[in-house]
Ligand binder design. Sequence first.
Ligand code: ZN
Ligand code: ZN
Length: 304
Amino acid sequence: MTQIIEDSLFGYSVVLAPKRMQRPHVESSEKCPFCPGHEFETPATILQYPETGTWRIRSFANKYPIVDDSSAHLAGRQEVVVETPVHDRRFHDMSKEEMARVVLFISKRLNSLYKDRRFVWSTWFKNQGPLAGASVNHAHSQLVSLGFIPKAIREAQARARNYYKTTRQCLLCDRAQKKRALSENAFFKLIVHPAGRLPWQMQIIPRAHAALFDVGRMEVAEALADLIRRALHALLQIDQNVSYNLVLHNGTSKSHDRYHWSLDIVPRLAQMAGLEWATGLYVQPLSPQQAFDTLHNLIRGKNE
Ligand SMILES: [Zn+2]
Ligand SMILES: [Zn+2]
């Protein structure tokens, strides 16, 4: 049963998820539940690509969910998307087309979850590498849907509304216009995160205002995959073993007016230390300009 504890002094929220303790840590392909032939070890397939025959992408309920639907007022569900049948093919090694297929798959699943009336907010995230929290090596993403809106997201939505009230502009439309692009195309812009909590943090913002993540068609999925690949390939040049998270900051159907979705690319090359725990202040050793100069050179060098 989902249970949330709020710290009475500092106000942050903790989700109790005892099932997570049972998660196996899988590195080799021999015992991998995500490899073809081991489908019986996971819950039943929800969606697969292609829809018939041998799967190349497959989703199912998370066996060790952080949230579940056993509590009416804190309902949630968590799904795993296995992105490739090949055990050691990492997300950042995929071709643009291959990654775009994953992005389209995610979008299709999210569109189904948006329609599920038990939930008010859904998102996509990905943990790659041990420092990003991945417990299974095989490339996979996760989808989370909640029947409640977490406090941090309610506050972000309120800030987006207030920004609009003061400036008559959307905060992220404004950010996308003002920040220099590391790379861009007709649909998206890749920038250095203006307030990155960790070094080399980047953000992808859709050019068209939209609260909910929905790539819809292959051309748009390829445009997004292209920028994700450029960002990840730049990080791999900084550290070839980089762990990273991809995190979708998604809106809710109710925030269609002012919220604007974005995708954060968060390299895990630094850890939270004592000062962060003590003060809530994140120590960023790189200025946005320094990060821009280095990443821009790496992206330009790689792609020209
Ligand atoms: Zn595997
Ligand atoms: Zn906008």
